[in-house]
Design a protein around this ligand. Structure first.
Ligand SMILES: C[S@@+](CC[C@H](N)C(=O)[O-])C[C@H]1O[C@@H](n2cnc3c(N)ncnc32)[C@H](O)[C@@H]1O
Length: 212
């Protein structure tokens, strides 16, 4: 149900036929992931060891860029990610570069916390965000669901309240979406929300929600 597509920064993404939407911005998948999730989320939280929750493992790009940043910073990172519709092997192969780095994240077992490097533990869960619970609290949430236009059920008060409950005080949730009603829903779930500049090309703004 997927198709690989090239984005404007030369990196690849996938088009979902199920949801009729790309997994990343067509203006640049790597640029978007780095800006919205790694820089505005992962790097915005200070301190040493960090736990990250990702909504939507998808291509594994956010996970890979976070792993690379964890290595650079020598920062112990626990990365839990939910995915209800994993992409198929043929699509993973098409997305992968010669170094096999992305592929190595796709081949690890689901439902287990696995040490990929001394600085990066990956825990993939084949779970539905709408029906799952969390055993730990997170410092960073990458809220990377498909847009409210195609998956409105992912952007509700109940979902943001469950994200809030799963986060530590001072934790941040970032998303590429900057819609006013999403911001207000986050606020009603208890978050303090700021609008930030979006990635260099494409979307002009993004949201960062903080659990004060
Ligand atoms: C925008 S894509 C995520 C892109 C991903 N973060 C990446 O780096 O490639 C949204 C993802 O959410 C997944 N998804 C959709 N509904 C879901 C649900 N109810 N629970 C968990 N994941 C879901 C989709 O299959 C898709 O992989």
């Amino acid at each position: 149900m997927t198709n690989v597509a090239l984005t404007a920064d030369g990196s690849k993404t996938v088009y979902s036929r199920r949801f009729e939407e790309h997994y990343h911005s067509k203006f640049g998948a790597v640029n978007e992931s780095k800006h919205v999730f790694v820089e505005a989320g992962y790097m915005a939280v200070s301190g040493g060891a960090v736990s990250v929750l990702e909504i939507g493992f998808g291509t594994g790009l956010n996970a890979l860029l976070t792993l690379q940043q964890a290595e650079k910073m020598r920062r112990c990172t626990y990365y839990e990610t939910l995915e209800l519709y994993p992409i198929d092997n043929a699509t993973v192969s098409e997305l992968s570069s010669d170094d096999g780095a992305l592929q190595s994240l796709h081949v690890v077992e689901w439902e287990q916390a696995i040490e990929i490097t001394p600085y990066f533990v990956l825990h993939k869960r084949k779970s539905d965000l709408l029906h799952c619970t969390f055993d730990r609290k997170f410092d960073v949430v990458y809220f990377d669901a498909f847009s409210p236009a195609v998956q409105p059920e992912m952007w509700t008060f109940d979902v943001f309240a469950s994200m809030y409950a799963a986060m530590n005080i001072g934790a941040v949730l970032t998303t590429y979406c900057a819609k006013g009603d999403v911001r207000r829903t986050m606020q009603s779930a208890g978050f303090s929300v700021e609008r930030l500049k979006g990635p260099p090309a494409g979307k002009r703004e993004m949201l960062r929600a903080i659990k004060m």
